[in-house]
Design a protein around this ligand. Sequence first.
Ligand SMILES: [Zn+2]
Length: 109
Amino acid sequence: MEKFQPTRIERGDTSLAIQWKDAYSSELSYRFLREKCPCAHCDAVRLGKDPFHILPSDDFFENLRLVDIQRVGRYAVRLAWSDGHRTGIYTFEFLRELSESTPKTPDVC
Ligand SMILES: [Zn+2]
């Protein structure tokens, strides 16, 4: 869908800024993105299917950095994290959904 096309994706210190074709702009914190990681592994962790997995601490998120963004076809990006995790493929539609589900941070005047 047209509106799910980003025109610009920018990597900030703690968040990812996305400009969309329909002039909407998003800012998604890395912590939030990582918590919503759509890969099968993280999905299993969230659903509690992996009882041996220890949930990440605040420290983990504080040190977490986004090290790379790779374009996947025409519809998604793969995010690579500083802890080596890179199996999460975020479709533009999913990123847009995430943006619209969080309250926008007000612009500082
Ligand atoms: Zn994951």
